[in-house]
Design a binder for this molecule. Structure first.
Ligand code: HEC
Length: 202
């Protein structure tokens, strides 16, 4: 075969392969290598002759609950039972829970509320007047019950966004426990310290 005819064959094959669906053409070009451009599948809202109502997208089976919408224990996961905030933290309060809550508070809440919860975190300093983290030692915050604080940490309040998706249920309850400890500690006097430990307070 002469060199000219070899070049001709190469050019013809290259021409075919490079054919994609051209704009304005009624008939699709021949695809020598369709790769995965054409797949046997239904796209949303497409019709299907398989079902009598011709919908390719089927409705979920009756009673289906999305994983996001599944609530095992209303009080534990929302902090609200029949429209009322849960009064008391469901976690057993001990040193380990408080230490865990401290870790999570310092990670997730302190950037805005600062480590003492008085609202002086770095975010508020940079954000300006429109976004000022609350001082969590205010009487009206202290008066809120555990479920309401948990609900604020979960779903936010006014300009504060919620942290339900970043912090697990357990961790948010631990944060609430630690926040209570911070609130309790702020106005504490020497009478709050057990007598045998008073000598260690400086
Ligand atoms: C990105 C900043 C930011 C983070 C992070 C943040 N907050 Fe807030 N928080 C705010 C702002 C701002 C407000 C005031 C909302 C308003 O009044 O508009 C607020 C208000 C609150 C209040 C309501 C106080 C009241 O009585 O009105 C509580 C409780 C609270 N935050 C708890 C938390 C806890 C717990 C965390 C950590 C899980 C947290 N916040 C994380 C910005 C933040």
């Amino acid at each position: 075969m002469r060199i000219q005819s070899i070049l001709l064959v190469i050019a013809a094959v290259a021409g075919l392969v490079s054919c994609g669906p051209g704009a304005g053409k009624d008939t699709p070009p021949i695809w020598v290598f369709p790769d995965m451009k054409i797949q046997e599948k239904y796209k949303p809202q497409q019709e299907s002759p398989l079902f009598s109502d011709r919908r390719a997208s089927r409705k979920p089976v009756e009673g289906t609950v999305s994983r996001e919408g599944y609530v095992e224990d209303e009080g534990y996961s929302l902090g609200i039972v029949s429209g009322q905030y849960v009064g008391k933290n469901p976690l057993e309060l001990n040193q380990a829970v408080l230490a865990h809550g401290q870790k999570k508070f310092n990670t997730y809440c302190a950037p805005c509320h600062d480590r003492t919860a008085s609202g002086g975190g770095i975010v508020g300093k940079r954000a300006g007047a429109a976004f000022q983290p609350a001082d969590l030692h205010k009487p009206e915050t202290k008066q809120k019950n555990d479920g309401e604080l948990y609900s604020i940490a979960s779903d936010g309040r006014r300009t504060m966004m919620g942290y339900r998706n970043q912090i697990s249920n357990y961790d948010r309850w631990a944060v609430v426990a630690y926040l209570r400890a911070l609130q309790r500690a702020k106005g504490a006097t020497i009478d709050d310290v057990p007598e045998n430990l008073r000598g260690e307070v400086r």
